[in-house]
Design a protein around this ligand. Structure first.
Ligand SMILES: *[C@@H]1O[C@H](CO)[C@@H](O)[C@H](O)[C@H]1NC(C)=O
Ligand SMILES: *[C@@H]1O[C@H](CO)[C@@H](O)[C@H](O)[C@H]1NC(C)=O
Ligand SMILES: *[C@@H]1O[C@H](CO)[C@@H](O)[C@H](O)[C@H]1NC(C)=O
Ligand SMILES: *[C@@H]1O[C@H](CO)[C@@H](O)[C@H](O)[C@H]1NC(C)=O
Ligand SMILES: *[C@@H]1O[C@H](CO)[C@@H](O)[C@H](O)[C@H]1NC(C)=O
Ligand SMILES: *[C@@H]1O[C@H](CO)[C@@H](O)[C@H](O)[C@H]1NC(C)=O
Ligand SMILES: *[C@@H]1O[C@H](CO)[C@@H](O)[C@H](O)[C@H]1NC(C)=O
Ligand SMILES: *[C@@H]1O[C@H](CO)[C@@H](O)[C@H](O)[C@H]1NC(C)=O
Length: 320
């Protein structure tokens, strides 16, 4: 009898849980609020054109509220940089704007929040070269990013997309056959950098995913998507013909705007630059040694818009 009651209770719980389907309804979302670094900064971007939030807002017909800032890390208390980090600047700016009414109603059920962070936390000057606060590791930066979900949830937000880190070891800056460039001109072992970046991005992504899987069931009434930028960029790298459409030979290893410096030269010194012009640019995965090209931004935007509109689950997993 007890066993029967128990199994009925378990069944009832399972039914309740499955009643709220994972992911938002196709027509539900009207507003897109974006957080992150230069990959997401609509004003000071480094891709030579338009970044993904602008394209995604067009593709999905969303009103855009962009908070991502160039140079940002998750938190300056972990990885200090003189830029507008998510926790010390972007979130406070958003909360201030929400509080003074300048954002309008921004209904929680019609608004989705995105975060794409980590490139600067892990990169030159921080985890890669030891510039982080004492004792900080990729575990801390990953948990920081996941805490962005909880922080916004506590403020009433209910829809989230967490974009994981791209395979940074394939950027011209961190690849094994890298060259002195505007981000780093000092002597280094490029093989070791590439190996270490692969460890950092892969491990950081795995930690974030596991943490998000633990967090998701505790977020009553929320939707939380894990957007796999890592796999998307790896696929562009492997099958560029499916994504890149410029008029130059397809190029996933170089940059549309590459600048080669002398070893040990100042990063503000003179460099030998090669620039792909016009429609040639859409043949490149990377715009410069660290940033995606405009065509890559378009690909990301379409994938995000399709995920929110529920046209495709190719690169997203709805955890809740
Ligand atoms: C969101 O909630 C408000 C009321 O809380 C409701 O009026 C509106 O229809 C909802 N929007 C969607 C897309 O369900
Ligand atoms: C785009 O969104 C606006 C505001 O939510 C809505 O009024 C309009 O009908 C939408 N347009 C299309 C083509 O869906
Ligand atoms: C509201 O706050 C935001 C963010 O701090 C600020 O940029 C904006 O000027 C403020 N608007 C008003 C009307 O106070
Ligand atoms: C760079 O690091 C790799 C891997 O540790 C090593 O095999 C190689 O000898 C190093 N190259 C130089 C020039 O030190
Ligand atoms: C890719 O672009 C870089 C930078 O312009 C160039 O050096 C390299 O030769 C190109 N690679 C291919 C395969 O076209
Ligand atoms: C670059 O700087 C390093 C460290 O200061 C030094 O060992 C190396 O000889 C320099 N190389 C060149 C080409 O200037
Ligand atoms: C792109 O345009 C610039 C400026 O006109 C020119 O110097 C450069 O050679 C062009 N690049 C290519 C690959 O033709
Ligand atoms: C490549 O495709 C995008 C749409 O994804 C389009 O906007 C762009 O103009 C295309 N580029 C070229 C050179 O045809």
């Amino acid at each position: 009898m007890l066993r029967q009651l128990l199994s009925i209770a378990v069944l009832a719980k399972a039914t309740v849980l499955s009643a709220a389907a994972a992911g938002p309804d196709p027509e539900q979302i009207k507003n897109l609020v974006t957080f992150g670094d230069s990959y997401t900064d609509v004003n000071h971007h480094s891709d030579g054109g338009i970044v993904w939030p602008v394209f995604a807002a067009q593709d999905g017909n969303f009103s855009l509220f962009p908070y991502g800032k160039s140079g940002a890390t998750c938190s300056n208390s972990l990885t200090p940089r003189p830029y507008l980090s998510v926790f010390e600047s972007q979130l406070p700016t958003y909360f201030a704007a929400k509080a003074n009414g300048s954002l309008g109603a921004l209904l929680p059920n019609e608004t989705i929040y995105t975060l794409w962070i980590g490139t600067n936390d892990l990169g030159v000057g921080q985890l890669l070269t030891g510039g982080q606060a004492s004792g900080v590791t990729v575990v801390d930066t990953s948990i920081c990013a996941v805490n962005w979900v909880q922080t916004l949830y506590n403020s009433g937000a209910r829809n989230f997309i967490f974009q994981n880190m791209v395979p940074l070891e394939t950027t011209p800056l961190y690849s094994a056959d890298s060259y002195p460039n505007k981000y780093w001109t000092a002597q280094r072992n490029t093989t070791e950098w590439s190996v270490f970046m692969k460890e950092l991005t892969t491990a950081g992504n795995a930690i974030a995913r596991l943490q998000l899987q633990l967090l998701a069931p505790t977020l009553d009434g929320a939707h939380l998507g894990f957007f796999d930028s890592h796999s998307l960029f790896a696929d562009i790298y492997k099958n560029p013909q499916l994504y890149l459409n410029g008029t130059a030979p397809l190029n996933v290893t170089g940059a549309a705007h590459s600048c080669v410096y002398e070893l040990n030269e100042s990063t503000s010194g003179k460099a030998v630059c090669t620039t792909a012009n016009g429609t040639d640019q859409d043949s490149f995965l990377w715009y410069d040694e660290l940033h995606p090209s405009v065509q890559t931004e378009r690909v990301v935007a379409q994938a995000i818009a399709d995920a929110i509109r529920r046209k495709s689950e190719n690169w997203i997993t709805w955890l809740q």
